[in-house]
Ligand binder design. Structure first.
Ligand SMILES: [Zn+2]
Length: 493
């Protein structure tokens, strides 16, 4: 359906006096109604993704620099553009794009040069543009020619006069605006091959309606509101936003309000805590045991992403579900984070020691550009560098891996030695569970559902019981299994 693009194209000039937002009032004397990129430039300006060089001039014929491209792509993904130091000798904290450059480098979307420079003022080439857009929007961008052919197939860019893609040619601001708008909103494209063929439920958690917007951030106006519980179909994702259709209207919604399972309105029932068996001689009571649950990433560090999901959200969701299981038993759980906040790697290990944790379970999802899939668990094995608990960590990893496989039945990638900071800089037995691959459709078929994540949380909980039951030889753990109608696994370490 081309309605949205037509509407935007025709209405922008007319909309100005009635615009919902003062940003929509931009009016560039050098981007008139007949300019080839008029609709696209105003679309990006409306979302705050780009702006003029002044209130009245956009200079569409000027070349785009690498720094400007980074800022526009960063804003497209709603990254935090707060200026900050980078590792590049020529991008200081004061560079206007330093925050976006830093974040895009962390996400492996953009990179610098072998000499340690970024060259933010260098003009961008069409080849670089194709790769950057490809990586930003998760197209196949393994090389310039592959990225260029993705853009051409999708109707985002076409070749130049000589029939090639013109990968060494530079790009004007106006043309970059066209390519970026088309990447964001398929209604601008010259080919119509996006399919809205995957369904998700709207779940606003509080019963309110979900705004459907014309672009992937809240600066874009809402064109419809969708009731919670409704099924919508999506074509693709732009950062944390999904391009969906609902009642024949296309637009963008935030993925925090979409899920694979039908929202439930039943309150959760917590059974009363169980009474453990007497504490074995020479051991502390079970109530002294603290399991530290570490939801990987968070805040400005999203981790990996794929299939419309972001690692930091999945890890927090599973961590919170896991935490609930400890409410029914004497053992305690402590969380390194309970919301979408940034916690440094150093602080995570330090937290375990601060709260007198006994074991540490870090939750992550894997990612791969190809067909990688499955579950694996890491522990740290260098002798006594910082974390001396090698055999304990290995035993815990064994039980964690076993329960994960039992929960989801994904490919067994085994337990592995991993030199991860959260494991190395820890003073208690510590493991890092890679639940599955966020990039794998097969893995996301379970990881993407509430029911699947509940099974995983229960499995991780049971793994900690198994560790105490077998490795620490605590028979008083046995009654705790009954809280989830489970029994100890076989002895594995
Ligand atoms: Zn991770």
């Amino acid at each position: 359906m081309k309605k949205l693009a037509v509407c935007l194209t025709l209405s922008l000039a007319a909309l100005v006096p009635f615009g919902q937002d003062s940003k929509a009032a931009a009016n560039f004397t050098d981007v008139g109604t007949t300019h080839r990129a008029q609709a696209e430039i105003y679309y990006l300006v409306e979302g705050g993704i780009t702006s003029g060089v002044s209130e009245t001039r956009f200079v569409p014929e000027q070349q785009v620099t690498r720094g400007q491209a980074a800022a526009m792509l960063g804003r497209t993904l709603n990254l935090n553009g707060e200026q900050r130091p980078t590792n590049f000798k020529d991008v200081g904290k004061n560079n206007f794009a330093s925050g976006y450059i830093k974040q895009l480098v962390d996400k492996k979307i953009i990179s610098g040069y072998p000499d340690g420079s970024f060259k933010p003022d260098k003009t961008l080439s069409r080849g670089e543009m194709a790769v950057l857009i490809g990586r930003t929007f998760d197209y196949n961008a393994s090389s310039v020619s592959v990225a260029a052919s993705s853009l051409m197939k999708k109707g985002i860019a076409s070749g130049v006069a000589d029939g090639s893609f013109g990968e060494t040619q530079t790009i004007k601001r106006g043309d970059f605006a066209v390519f970026l708008s088309r990447s964001i909103n398929a209604d601008f494209r010259t080919a119509d091959n996006e399919k809205f063929d995957r369904n998700l439920y709207v779940d606003t958690k509080d019963g309110s309606k979900l705004n459907l917007r014309t672009g992937p951030n809240t600066s874009y106006p809402s064109i419809a509101s969708i009731p919670t519980g409704k099924i919508v179909s999506y074509a693709y994702f732009v950062g944390d936003w999904a391009y969906i259709t609902s009642d024949n209207v296309k637009g963008f919604v935030h993925t925090a309000y979409l899920q694979g399972d039908k929202p439930s309105d039943k309150p959760e029932v917590t059974p009363p805590p169980v009474k453990p068996d007497p504490t074995p001689p020479g051991k502390n009571p079970l109530s002294d045991i603290t399991v530290v649950i570490d939801a990987g990433h968070g805040g400005s560090d999203p981790g990996s992403s794929g299939n419309g999901y972001i690692e930091k959200n999945i890890t927090l969701n599973v961590a919170k579900k896991m935490e609930k299981y400890y409410a029914k038993v004497p053992m305690k759980a402590k969380m390194t984070r309970t919301s979408d906040t940034y916690v440094s790697l150093d602080a995570r290990g330090a937290y375990a020691s601060k709260v007198k944790g006994d074991i540490f379970v870090s939750i992550h999802t894997n990612s791969h550009n190809g067909s990688g899939n499955g579950t694996e668990t890491f522990y740290y094995s260098r002798s006594a560098a910082v974390n001396p608990n090698v055999s304990q960590s290995k035993a815990l990893a064994t039980y964690v891996q076993n329960r994960q496989l039992e929960a989801w039945g994904l490919t067994d990638r085994g337990i592995k030695v991993g030199n991860w900071a959260v494991l190395r800089q820890n003073t208690v037995p510590a493991v890092l569970a890679e639940l599955g691959f966020i990039s794998s459709k097969k893995d996301m078929a379970v990881m993407g559902t509430e029911a699947g994540r509940e099974k995983m949380a229960k499995g991780l909980f049971l793994a900690t019981l198994d560790y105490y039951y077998y490795y620490e030889n605590r028979k008083d753990v046995l009654p705790l299994y009954s809280t989830v109608n489970a029994t100890p696994s076989g002895k594995l370490h």
